[in-house]
Design a protein around this ligand. Structure first.
Ligand SMILES: CN1CCN(c2ccccc2CNc2ccc(C(N)=O)cn2)CC1
Length: 241
């Protein structure tokens, strides 16, 4: 996987990708990163990349020529990679989209700033995506969210890929169960006894039951779409054990 990011703040992208499992994944070469600053493609004084909007209105708009040139350069380095534009007008991202992107050989991400980009840049954009229905000052955080969501799905990036046996919640469409670790007692709060029992079948059932209850309580919309299997329904109805 090769990610190429087009942004006037490449250091924002680079700095974030130094840390954590994703940073290690990059350092170990599980994926590669290219950064393209539209300012390097500006032919104007002061490496200008924005101008006032035709038709008037507040703020500035990113000009098409530097963005189109940066996209062309990224395409050369990452042939065949779809160009993805992060904006509030895009489709809202979800785990399924991340799974699909993880199967690509490369992705080119366009992070907008200012009030947005000249519409004629869209001739070079393949897909438009949003990380949620809210407005940010720039597309860099959305680009990082998409990259991290994809990178952690790539082979070798996560130290502990969900073991084949245990169906990770990302695949089961459920919210995660509660997690506990040492110390056993925190103030007056203890750890559910089942987790200390060593009975792995019982522990797995408890975790699935907790995930089901949480999912039904907090995200009935997700559960409406997903439904419950007969076993899951039975597990929910069982007395606490
Ligand atoms: C005041 N304007 C600032 C610029 N912005 C804009 C417009 C177009 C593209 C990028 C941006 C950058 N902002 C983003 C980007 C993505 C998301 C998301 N939900 O994925 C939210 N915000 C529109 C609003």
């Amino acid at each position: 996987m090769r990610f190429d990011v087009i942004s006037i703040f490449p250091q924002l992208i680079e700095q974030y990708l130094q840390e954590g499992v994703v940073g290690r994944g990059l350092a170990q070469g599980h994926f590669r990163l290219g950064l393209w600053n539209p300012r390097d493609f500006s032919t104007l004084a002061h490496r200008r990349v924005d101008d006032r909007p035709f038709g008037g209105g507040p703020g500035m708009v990113m000009m098409a020529p530097p963005l189109l040139a940066a996209i062309a350069a990224a395409r050369e380095a990452n042939p065949g990679a779809p160009v993805i534009y992060l904006s509030p007008q895009g489709k809202v991202l979800n785990q399924g989209a991340l799974q699909r992107f993880a199967g690509c050989d490369g992705l080119i991400l366009l992070a907008g700033r200012y009030e947005g980009i000249d519409e004629r840049v869209m001739s070079a954009v393949d897909e438009e995506w949003s990380i949620g229905d809210y407005v940010l000052a720039g597309g860099e955080l959305p680009a990082l969210v998409l990259m991290e969501g994809v990178a952690r799905l790539l082979p070798g990036v996560l130290g502990h890929p969900d073991s084949a046996g245990e169906d990770s919640f990302a695949h089961s469409g459920l919210l995660d169960c509660p997690h506990y670790t040492r110390p056993e007692r925190v103030g007056t709060q203890e750890v559910p006894a089942v987790l200390l029992s060593g009975d792995h079948r019982r522990i797995a059932r408890w975790r699935l039951r907790q995930a089901l209850r949480r999912s039904l309580e907090r995200r009935p919309d997700l559960m409406q779409a997903r439904g419950l299997s007969a076993e899951e329904r039975a597990l929910l109805e069982q007395e606490e054990n």
